[in-house]
Write a protein that binds this ligand. Structure first.
Ligand code: LRH
Length: 491
């Protein structure tokens, strides 16, 4: 038949889902099977992910597919970036993965730059310097005397680690290696020097494979247990942001995108890395994508602030659905208090509402009081930060940016979409909300040879989704508030 079913596992820093994508007559349709939390576990002074709980969640997803009698043609896994597991000589997972929110990397880049200067690390990788990049996590682990690192023969990035648990095959998929700050964006090879400089052997990284390559079949015992037959696991764009940007339903190249989830990743798609004085000074990244594309972008702290506030409110007995959050935010006046979402004090505070209040006090602003005021403060601040980063992009983009495509879970927030359009003075095209899963699914289809170029993939996606456009309003007021915002931005 000409109908294919792909099982996509899309795991973000807050939650994961298993989704069936059905490709039929040049269109793709999605059906969610399961949803599961992905929690950071705090043990003593360290933060981890529960890799084995994720493995169980993958099994649940496969069982759900088989119990609905869906014949799976392939499986693909994408996750958040930079984190990894250590593998011992015997192929077993040593401990569990450390979380990038663990402050063990604070100050580590500067230590690393004593060995290889900051500028050279940037030139070799084109990747924005962030504490938690895998390169710096490895150095932090080394300096801590990590037993897992000492015993490790290899490391596997999260999507590759989960694919390994399913298949027993070890790969290092290109897009997830790229965001690790270990890969040269021009040669597309691991930059051995970066590892050797901190006394690590480049052999800890398995062979780099391109998205679309088949990793292997499911372990047969596991396949039997879950009722799945003959489904290869495919190395898709294992970095969730890479999968998401595949799904931008753009007709031409004159766009910027905002992949909106726990993080807001704002950037443009280019054919060659942009590694210049400007990009270095603005600390923009060049992440490897599918079909030789490069995502020139910046990480903006996104829904993390809201997610952390929600956790507190839940403990206090106040649980809000997403529509309630949006309604609350619209119920109070805007621009009462503004924060820089990327201020380091918001990276992993014990209490997010307190961190926001402290920021407002330090910057001589009124502090939010009600939950609604906190929500509004976060949305106002995000929209203004988007304007700021878009301005940086416009300075270096090799084409005129005419619209902003907002994709991912956050694109379902209509109020924030409208606020963003108002702030940037440009149309915002919102959707698909399941961009990452769609990108995952379409790269599985590519792995099976059912679709070709990225252009062809986007044609399928455009036929399958119906994005909504938001046009700017009140731009005068937003421009005025932007001037206030600039005064509270972290240097
Ligand atoms: C978004 C994301 C982002 C990374 C961060 C760690 O989920 O993958 O691209 O920088 O998580």
């Amino acid at each position: 038949s000409n109908t294919y079913n792909f099982l996509a596992f899309d795991i973000g820093a807050t939650s994961g889902r298993s989704i069936i994508g059905t490709l039929c007559n040049g269109k793709v349709e999605l059906k969610e099977l399961t949803r599961f939390p992905n929690k950071i576990i705090h043990i003593h002074d360290k933060y981890y992910w529960d890799v084995f709980a994720l493995y169980e969640a993958l099994k649940d997803g496969m069982r759900a597919a088989s119990s609905q009698n869906i014949k799976i043609d392939a499986i693909g896994i994408d996750t958040w970036g930079v984190d990894f597991v250590y593998l011992g000589e015997d192929g077993s997972v040593l401990g569990t993965a450390r979380s990038y929110r663990d402050p063990y990397t604070v100050g580590i880049p500067d230590e690393y730059f004593k060995i290889i200067p900051r500028k050279e690390v940037y030139e070799l990788t084109g990747i924005q310097i962030m504490n938690f990049n895998s390169l710096f996590q490895l150095y932090a682990a080394k300096r801590e005397g990590s037993s897992a690192l000492k015993a490790a023969k290899e490391i596997l990035f999260m999507p590759d680690a989960l694919s390994y648990l399913l298949t027993g095959k070890k790969v290092c998929e290109y897009t997830i290696a790229s965001t690790a700050q270990l890969l040269n964006p021009t040669t597309k090879k691991i930059e051995n020097k970066l590892l050797e400089a901190i006394g690590l052997s480049p052999s800890i990284i398995p062979p780099v494979v391109m998205p679309g390559q088949i990793i292997g079949n499911l372990n047969s015992i596991l396949a039997n247990e879950c009722g799945i037959t003959d489904a290869p696991v495919i190395a898709i764009a294992g970095h969730d942001t890479g999968s998401a940007v595949v799904s931008v339903p753009a007709e031409n190249e004159n766009f910027a995108y905002l992949s909106s989830g726990t993080w807001s990743l704002m950037g443009i798609e280019v054919n060659d890395p942009i590694v210049t004085e400007d990009s270095f000074a603005m600390n923009f990244t060049n992440e490897g994508g599918v079909d030789g594309t490069v995502r020139f972008l910046k990480n903006i702290t996104g829904m993390w602030l809201l997610e952390q506030c929600r956790k507190e409110w839940e403990i206090a007995g106040r649980q809000y659905t997403y529509p309630e959050i949006v309604a609350l935010s619209g119920s109070v006046n805007g621009f009462q208090s503004l924060v820089d979402p990327d201020h380091p004090s918001f990276a992993n505070p014990e209490c997010m509402t307190k961190a926001i209040v402290d920021f407002c006090k330090k910057t001589n602003q009124k502090s939010p009081q009600s939950d609604a005021e906190f929500i509004r403060c976060i949305f106002d601040s995000l929209a203004l930060k988007y304007k700021y980063v878009l301005g940086c992009l416009q300075k270096v983009a090799p084409f005129p940016i005419e619209k902003l495509h907002v994709i991912g879970g956050g694109s379902q927030n209509k109020l924030l979409n409208q606020m963003t359009a108002n702030a940037i003075g440009m149309p915002v095209v919102a959707g698909p909300g399941e961009a990452t899963a769609i990108g995952n699914i379409m790269m599985q289809a590519k792995g099976l040879g059912l679709v070709g170029s990225l252009q062809e993939i986007r044609d399928v996606i455009r036929r399958s989704v119906s994005p909504e456009t938001f046009y700017p309003q009140d731009t005068g007021q937003w421009n005025e508030k932007y001037q206030d915002f600039l005064t509270i931005l972290a240097p």
